[in-house]
Write a new protein. Structure first.
Ligand code: SUG
Length: 444
């Protein structure tokens, strides 16, 4: 049976804004309070997704969550009409209004961890939504994420959905951003690489000092158990705390893998040589390790350009294309490296650049915007077909964005009841376009 890897990109929501909510994410902090362009952001994302679909890849779209999240605001004590809840929150607790208005679910690499059926003992594709407990604005995502994933992957014979892990820092989980599946072919059992930032149960183990480590070893181990992965096809590596302290807040800011290629920075991991040798053994010696040295690209350059927050995609059996943010072209050291990459003898033969600057300014590159799901043809046939991007859906979604999204918003707009109402109208229409049913709580 033939297998493929589908990318499910997050559709940027109508409240996309820059609120500086992510301590440890340099771009988010740097752009705090800058005005944002929700329409441009959504169109940039759709353009990238469509380009990948046009390359022959299977491309899905995940809908945004409803924001501002009035139920979270009511939960923390704001009462009265919807308009009153918003104005009171803006006046008394603007940080809460910002947090509960973020369009952060657009970064679907953080939506869930997904293990393909070939890796799981029961032969199903397993999904666990990430609890995202490290950041208040992201911690409100998982319940809706699970609901949305269940509406799209709605077939118990093929898909298993787990509730997110307990909401405590012990189980800090950021989903696929710290998970890479390596394999010789999508249809073969692979090795699932989990990269964690700290060990919650061992306070004397290495950990970053300046910025938080969002993923714990214990969370990664729990996911591996839930997904019924075999001991020999799982590998846990600790991310280098020193790079977390320089702004590498997820592994996907310093490494990306696809099939039998791992593209990573020399400083990405603790005990790198030993760990990668063990990983190589589990991959039976078939892994291409494409290491980028600090001399070629500094950590600062990697964080600024998002060289590793790239998508590595296979358009045929022999070669891979790196999908990079256009910011990589603008960074001389990184651009020089990327120009040489296709000649370095690895399966990566081409680099394509996309402008996703609206997302980048919040610390989200091309790889953050997508959730990978490897599927057999039978599994793909069981996915809600209305979320798979083709010419018609692309046209519909672009028209939908142009009709409903504002060109520009700033912090003050988040308290505007019309923005909330416009968002609800837009999402209600989206559930019809994508045939999702009533997934949002405002739909009753
Ligand atoms: O969680 N930024 C996101 C970016 C997530 C990127 N994802 C991956 N690397 N996979 C985050 O830090 C910023 C929101 C703000 O500041 O308004 C934000 O949430």
């Amino acid at each position: 049976m033939s297998y493929l890897e589908a990318n499910f990109d997050g559709l940027v929501g109508p409240t996309h804004n820059y609120a500086g909510l992510s301590f440890g994410n340099v771009a988010s902090q740097h752009n705090a309070a800058a005005p944002s362009n929700p329409k441009a952001a959504a169109l940039q994302g759709l353009t990238k997704a469509k380009a990948l679909a046009d390359m022959g890849l299977t491309q899905g779209i995940l809908p945004p969550q409803a924001r501002p999240d009035l139920s979270s605001l009511r939960r923390v004590g704001f009462t009265g009409s919807d308009a009153n809840v918003l104005t009171q929150a803006a006046k008394l607790a603007p940080h809460l209004l910002n947090s509960f208005s973020s369009a952060s679910c657009m970064w679907t690499a953080n939506a869930a961890t997904v293990s393909p059926s070939t890796d799981c003992a029961d032969g199903k594709v397993h999904f666990t939504a990430a609890n995202l407990v490290d950041k208040l604005h992201r911690s409100i995502e998982p319940t809706q994420t699970t609901k949305t994933l269940k509406a799209i992957f709605a077939n118990d014979n093929h898909f298993a959905h787990h509730p997110h892990l307990p909401e405590h820092p012990f189980f800090g989980d950021e989903g696929a951003a710290n998970h890479t599946r390596l394999c010789s072919d999508y249809g073969r059992q692979g090795v699932e690489l989990f990269v964690y930032g700290r060990e919650a149960s061992n306070p004397s183990a290495p950990a970053p000092r300046r910025y938080p480590a969002r993923q714990t070893l214990e969370a990664s181990q729990a996911i591996a158990r839930l997904h019924q992965l075999e001991h020999n096809s799982v590998h846990f590596i600790q991310q280098n705390p020193a790079v977390i302290d320089q702004g590498v807040f997820h592994n996907d800011v310093i490494a990306v893998g696809n099939k039998n290629v791992l593209f990573y920075h020399q400083q990405a991991f603790v005990d790198s040589q030993k760990q990668l040798a063990q990983l190589q053994q589990k991959m039976h010696g078939n892994l291409h390790l494409v290491e980028v040295s600090t001399d070629d690209v500094s950590i600062d350059a990697a964080v600024k350009s998002y060289l590793f927050n790239t998508q590595l995609v296979s358009v045929n059996d022999d070669s891979m294309i790196l999908i990079a943010p256009s910011d990589c072209q603008e960074h001389p050291q990184v651009y020089q490296y990327l120009q040489s990459l296709p000649e370095r003898g690895s399966p990566i033969t081409q680099v394509k650049y996309f402008d996703v600057k609206q997302s980048m300014q919040n610390g989200g590159g091309p790889a953050c915007l997508r959730l990978r799901v490897a599927l057999s043809q039978a599994e793909l046939a069981a996915v809600n077909p209305h979320v798979i991007l083709n010419d018609a859906l692309y046209q519909q979604l672009t028209q939908w964005v142009n009709k409903h999204y504002r060109d520009r918003i700033s912090a003050a707009d988040l308290a505007d009841i019309s923005l909330y109402q416009e968002s609800c109208t837009a999402l209600d229409e989206l559930t019809q376009i994508m045939n999702l049913g009533s997934i949002y709580s405002f739909q009753g």
